[in-house]
Design a protein around this ligand. Structure first.
Ligand SMILES: [Zn+2]
Ligand SMILES: [Zn+2]
Length: 342
């Protein structure tokens, strides 16, 4: 079969590899669609990811497809089933899993290899984090549940209430998912992004106000001007830069909540005003990854038609073009996701 193999920094090759063999509890899936993800672009440009993948390795983690083989112990799935599998599954036994923090599992099993004709889904993921796709839901839509689960979890962790004002900083696919979700919850959304196309997309998803984060603009002041000088109830940072982390803290009202959702490059530091954090009682939190419960929640949102690929995926390419796609995504910010059709 053809598969993308990541060898290191900006080095990947689409080449023939053996179709994965499966063990008792595994399934083999014919990939119908694999979505590009900001994390994959990061991994491609850096050549590593501390937790997710160690090159050389098959690559890609957002996928939907058809079961073409199932191990003898597999009872939930059969050949021909349309499925979506998450990219990880927790152990359910460690300190963190027992506290319902499966995203922080000490033995989180990651699976990569979605940019390929076939992918093996290991038993633990088959058991705990693979789902049937209902007939009315497309593969592109179903493949969104992995990033969406991270977003739903991150959003709920800020304890939003209907009518809350929410600043969303960064309008890539993740930021745009936050926009859509916040509108579904009945919040007032102020979207902050650099590019006109991103701001237009945010508006199309229902953002109530948009703010341009240009080099000579002051998004913090703009947010305060829109909120009687108080600041927003919740600010979500979906960029992953120290400067935008700092903005987010300065955008919330007294007693407000900040979610540092975007991961910054290793060894980044931020400057926070201790008096502001203390006397304004600002809650700062960060969110990483997802749990099976949130994968299921994301799938429900997709199945209900609330979240569809149309707004987040704007391009389709064959697997053979993956290298160009990755290079393009790396050098041009502000892109949506590309559907790779292996
Ligand atoms: Zn992803
Ligand atoms: Zn665990």
């Amino acid at each position: 079969m053809m598969a993308a193999v990541l060898y290191g920094k900006e080095h990947l090759q689409v080449e023939p590899v053996a179709v994965p063999t499966i063990q008792n509890g595994d399934i083999l899936v014919r990939v119908k669609v694999a979505l590009t993800c900001g994390t994959d672009v990061k991994v491609f440009s850096r050549g590593y990811h501390a937790r997710m993948i160690v090159p050389p390795a098959v690559f890609g983690h957002e996928l939907a497809g058809d079961v073409v083989a199932a191990g003898e112990d597999v009872t939930q799935f059969a050949i021909g089933d349309r499925v979506v599998a998450a990219n990880s599954a927790p152990c359910e036994q460690c300190f963190f899993c027992r506290r319902d923090l499966q995203n922080l599992c000490e033995d989180l099993l990651f699976n990569n290899g979605a940019y390929a004709e076939y992918i093996r889904i290991p038993a633990r993921i088959v058991e705990r984090n693979t789902y049937h796709i209902p007939p009315n839901v497309g593969y592109h839509d179903a493949a969104l549940i992995e990033p969406l689960a991270c977003v739903v979890r991150g959003f709920e962790e800020t304890a939003p209430r209907p009518g809350d004002s929410i600043a969303i900083v960064g309008l890539g696919p993740i930021g745009l998912m936050f926009v859509k979700l916040a509108k579904l919850y009945g919040c007032r959304v102020i979207a902050v992004g650099r590019r006109k196309t991103q701001l237009e997309r945010a508006e199309a998803l229902g953002a109530d106000e948009v703010i341009v984060a240009g080099d000579d603009s002051d998004p913090v002041k703009a947010i305060r001007d829109l909120t009687h000088g108080r600041g927003v109830d919740i600010a979500i940072e979906a960029v992953g830069k120290p400067q935008t982390w700092e903005w987010a803290v300065n955008m919330v009202r007294r007693g407000g909540t900040v979610n540092f959702f975007g991961g910054c490059p290793n060894d980044s530091k931020v400057n926070l005003d201790t008096a502001l954090l203390h006397y304004s009682e600002i809650t700062c939190k960060a969110s990483f990854h997802h749990t099976p419960a949130y994968i299921r929640k994301a799938l429900e949102l997709v199945c209900a038609g609330h979240i569809t690929a149309g707004f987040f995926v704007n391009n389709e390419e064959p697997l053979t073009n993956l290298l160009e796609v990755m290079r393009h995504l790396m050098s041009h910010n502000g892109h949506l996701k590309t559907a790779i059709l292996p």
